[in-house]
Unconditional design. Structure first.
Length: 386
């Protein structure tokens, strides 16, 4: 049995059941039951038409559940009026179902955490156990989160236009979770974004895909040693970067930019592409990076974009200019202290930099980053004492 094939089919099968009259929660449960049946029935390989098989079995599972639930007699009458299970839909129909599921799972009534979990379950085809392991939470906790999310979207009409921006933010959240447990969420986010890009042709979907590919290409060089120490971009061994992913990411980005409908993910990808294009940290075109951050600030007015722009300005025009760009931002902004520490160190003020590195370590969002900032503070304090 090919697990990858099953995961690819999940959203299309759920979509077929929903169009036949099942609500989202019931359809998703029925498909999960059909997947369990597939594990038992396909020990040595899939049938000739795995999608049709899953649709037939999932529809029967749904009908059985509906008939067994006395509180759903009205629904039972409605679904029994529908025609029985027939052959699976054609390729175009399945693709449309998958696209609708993306938008449904990113419904604005869901919290970001619930939207991510539901996307991984319904579109990604992951089990509740796999998602729980990836997020390092108990399976029961994740099951409750997914159940609440399914109940929230069960009454949502499937014929409403979807918000691409919301879907992209959900996928970006998945990507940023990185790797934990037995599921590589960064790779899963890339797979799902590829799928969405193939169905929409939207330039910002392409921009997000390019951004993911370019960031993922640097992943082998981001940590070092048995304790997985964080390696800053400027110190990474660039020979370890994945050139195939870089080439693909740049190609995807160039095609998106050629459509002349710039969006924030395209701008972020352009920054990542300039980093990828530099053979050494010293060869980085910081002037162009500042220009792209100017575009990103114009598009989003995001404090995070302004923070990253301050770093780029510090590299392009010197640390004093970077500190001046930083001055108008809220010091409570995540990673503000780390950026300020870096710029103060480059400006020749190690005492202030050491204090800010220690402050940044206390509010670091993860252990590798905390340990890296702590080492930076210790390094400067040791220099000051000597």
């Amino acid at each position: 049995m090919n697990e990858a094939i099953l995961r690819e089919l999940v959203p299309a099968v759920i979509g077929v059941l929903v169009r036949r009259g099942a609500d989202f929660a019931a359809a998703e449960d029925a498909v999960q039951d059909a997947l369990v049946e597939a594990v038992r029935a396909w020990p040595d390989g899939s049938p000739r038409d795995p999608k049709g098989w899953l649709i037939t079995v999932a529809w029967r599972k749904f009908l059985d559940a509906a008939r067994a639930d006395a509180s759903r007699r009205r629904r039972e009458e409605l679904v029994e009026a529908e025609p029985g299970p027939g052959p699976g839909p054609g390729p175009g129909e399945g693709g449309d179902d998958t696209l609708r599921l993306y938008f449904l799972c990113a419904h604005p009534s869901l919290t970001p955490a619930s939207a991510v979990a539901l996307t991984l379950r319904a579109v990604g085809g992951l089990t509740t156990r796999q998602i729980a392991q990836a997020y390092l939470v108990p399976e029961a906790t994740m099951a409750q989160r997914i159940s609440r999310a399914k109940r929230t979207v069960s009454g949502v009409r499937f014929d409403q236009p979807g918000d691409v921006a919301t879907v992209l933010r959900v996928l970006y959240l998945v990507f940023n979770e990185g790797y934990s447990g037995d599921i590589d969420l960064a790779a899963e986010a890339i797979r799902l974004t590829r799928q969405l890009a193939a169905r929409t042709g939207h330039e910002e979907v392409a921009g997000l895909l390019a951004l993911m590919l370019l960031h993922h290409a640097r992943r082998p060089a981001r940590t070092t040693g048995p304790d997985s120490r964080l390696v800053p971009l400027a110190e990474q061994d660039r020979s370890r970067w994945n050139t195939e992913l870089i080439t693909e990411g740049v190609g995807v980005l160039q095609a998106a930019l050629a459509r002349d409908r710039l969006g924030e993910f395209q701008a972020q990808a352009a920054v990542a592409a300039l980093h990828a294009d530099a053979r050494t940290a010293e060869e980085t075109d910081w002037v162009q990076i500042v220009e792209w951050y100017d575009e990103l600030v114009r598009l989003t007015d995001s404090p995070v974009a302004r923070l990253n722009r301050a770093v780029a300005v510090g590299e392009a025009d010197g640390p004093r200019a970077g500190l001046a760009a930083l001055a108008g931002l809220d010091p409570g902004l995540p990673r503000y202290a780390a950026v300020a520490a870096y710029l103060h160190e480059r400006d020749g003020d190690p005492a202030t930099a050491a204090r800010l590195y220690a402050q940044a370590a206390r509010s670091a969002p993860n252990i590798p980053e905390r340990d890296h900032l702590t080492r930076q503070a210790a390094r400067l304090n040791s220099r000051l004492r000597s």
